[in-house]
Design a protein around this ligand. Structure first.
Ligand code: DSN
Length: 425
């Protein structure tokens, strides 16, 4: 193949991806879709520029409009999250976490966080960002039934290990974490209380989940593209008194140039969430409750029934009786239902290749306009594929037909079909 052919093959391959996604049910809990306006500004000339430093005090010329957009993003983020301090520079959720570790700890300090099999993110672990900072990680005692941090046992463990940072937040996050309940123990040992809001940032913005800063968290670290429907990147929110140490950790610490095109997309997404965030977040949670119940009604082992299944965008299902997480995820994918397999708390990490569970997210289906009624239809597809073992092709045709009614991004100022945005489609 010539280099020219390679170049155009990339374009053709993306076209195929767009066509596939536009005919699929995207249910990966860590993803979302951006509006046409976010896409437009993200593809702008901002992608090509440098703007190290702060608005008005850049190390580069050519930044006057970039400064304007950055100021808009910071102002809107402060308003949306009622946060005294905001840093919009981190280029990802992991960079946000590492920046906070850098600001608040030294190598050799202890971090208390959730174990990965209990829902902790990889960057909370020694094999990733926590280890890069030289932190020793001690994990929270976890209540499998409640799918949450065990408060009493955690108080004891905090007193015993005296962590420098206590980190709430997770990638499996059905219920709010006990921030208020553990704040006193954190104060006793002088720990900073951090909250990784990556998964639930949009729910926090819409007032549908716990409000970490009001509950006593010192600093929130997050990505901005899961329930919060921005382009990929990171964000840090904190009390004003921490502004200097966080600023320094981010730049010149861990970010040289921030991604200015994504900053522009973030500014638009913040405006969208100020306008539509409450109704969007509320519908996400209604949809996940409806999906969980519909799956339970159809014979699936949905976790945490006694607690109403979920208070977030997540639904967690034990599919060990239906062939395991890998088989189920791959079967659904063949019918254009995109999910991920997931470890459950009782799985050993060695089961990562074929864990017992699947994790579902309703945030993207909600963004394209689906409501509780559609969650029943989605649950039917799951049953037909995984329990009844119906023909994949037959179910796929029905998925594609259903998806034809949901072609626009909702909760946005411009409801254009995102896959029709690119002229080459
Ligand atoms: N690993 C991602 C998730 O799917 O939760 C978050 O970075």
């Amino acid at each position: 193949m010539s280099y020219r052919e390679y170049a155009f093959k990339v374009r053709e391959t993306i076209k195929k991806h767009h066509q596939w996604m536009s005919k699929s049910l995207p249910m990966i809990a860590s993803e979302n879709i951006t509006s046409a306006l976010v896409r437009e500004v993200t593809a702008s000339d901002f992608a090509h520029r440098y703007a190290e430093g702060k608005p008005g005090k850049r190390l580069y010329q050519g930044c006057k409009y970039i400064d304007e957009v950055e100021n808009i993003a910071v102002d809107l983020a402060k308003k949306l999250f009622d946060a005294p301090y905001v840093n919009v520079l981190p280029t990802s959720g992991v960079v946000s976490n590492l920046s906070v570790y850098t600001a608040f700890s030294k190598p050799g300090d202890t971090l208390m966080a959730l174990k990965v099999t209990h829902g902790g993110h990889i960057s909370h672990a020694e094999l990733s960002a926590a280890g890069v900072r030289g932190l020793k990680v001690k994990t929270f005692p976890f209540d499998h039934e409640k799918m949450n941090i065990d408060v009493e046992k955690s108080i004891e463990k905090i007193r015993e290990v005296k962590p420098r940072i206590i980190l709430f937040g997770a990638s499996v996050f059905l219920f709010p974490h006990p921030v208020r309940e553990l704040r006193e123990a954190a104060d006793e040992v002088g720990a900073t209380v951090m909250y990784d809001a990556a998964h639930v940032l949009g729910l926090i913005a819409g007032g549908e989940f716990q409000q970490p800063l009001k509950e006593g968290v010192d600093v929130i670290s997050s990505s901005r593209h899961k329930t919060f429907p921005g382009p990929q990147g990171g964000i840090i929110l904190a009390k004003e008194e921490y502004s200097k140490i966080i600023d320094r950790a981010v730049f010149p610490g861990l970010v040289s140039n921030h991604h200015l095109h994504h900053l522009a997309g973030l500014a638009v997404a913040l405006a969208e969430m100020l306008e539509f965030g409450k109704s969007y977040a509320s519908q996400i949670v209604k949809n996940s409750k409806a999906l969980a119940k519909a799956l339970d009604d159809r014979g699936f082992n949905v976790l945490c029934k006694d607690q109403g299944y979920t208070k977030s965008h997540h639904v967690l299902v034990d599919v060990s009786e239906q062939g395991g997480g890998t088989f189920v995820a791959e079967t659904l994918e063949k019918a254009n239902i995109i999910i991920n397999k997931n470890l459950l708390p009782w799985d050993d990490i060695s089961k990562a290749a074929n864990p017992s569970g699947i994790r579902l997210g309703t945030q993207e289906l909600t963004r394209i306009g689906m409501k509780e009624g559609e969650m029943e239809e989605v649950a039917d597809f799951f049953k037909r594929l995984v329990i009844d073992r119906e023909s994949v092709e037959k179910v796929k045709n029905d998925v594609v037909e259903m998806r034809e009614n949901f072609t626009e991004v909702r909760y946005a100022f411009d409801s254009q079909n995102p896959y029709k945005y690119y002229e080459f489609l």
